[in-house]
Design a protein around this ligand. Structure first.
Ligand code: ZN
Length: 112
């Protein structure tokens, strides 16, 4: 799989950190898009949900998605994911996170 540099359009490899043509840092390019993933409604235990979040973040590092909309429900998973996101924010691995509008069962994570 390949992607194109958003700055100059040059084809780049997924594991490439910097564009060969314009030197833009590919890892922080974003296209303003969002993905929505439900991590709480397939009988996940809390640690399954946390693992899903970790895998998602690794996956999304290699594309240009700006926002991750997490469906977390209103129980223990939400509490644990909120705690986890707080730690990620502290380490600057995400830019911010907030409840998604008036929907308390969803969290909008600003990745880049
Ligand atoms: Zn480029």
């Amino acid at each position: 799989m390949k992607r194109n540099c958003l700055n100059c359009g040059m084809a780049t490899f997924l594991d490439q950190k910097q564009c060969l043509k314009c030197d833009d840092m590919l890892g922080i390019q974003s296209d303003g898009s969002s993905v929505t993933v439900d991590i709480a409604h397939q009988n996940e235990r809390v640690r399954d949900a946390v693992l899903k979040l970790e895998n998602l973040l690794v996956e999304l590092q290699s594309d240009n998605t700006s926002y991750l909309r997490l469906i977390v429900g209103n129980g223990l998973i939400r509490d644990e994911i909120t705690y986890k996101l707080g730690a990620l924010l502290h380490r600057k691995e995400i830019l911010s996170f907030n409840q998604d509008g008036r929907n308390s069962g969803a969290i909008l994570v600003h990745l880049k």
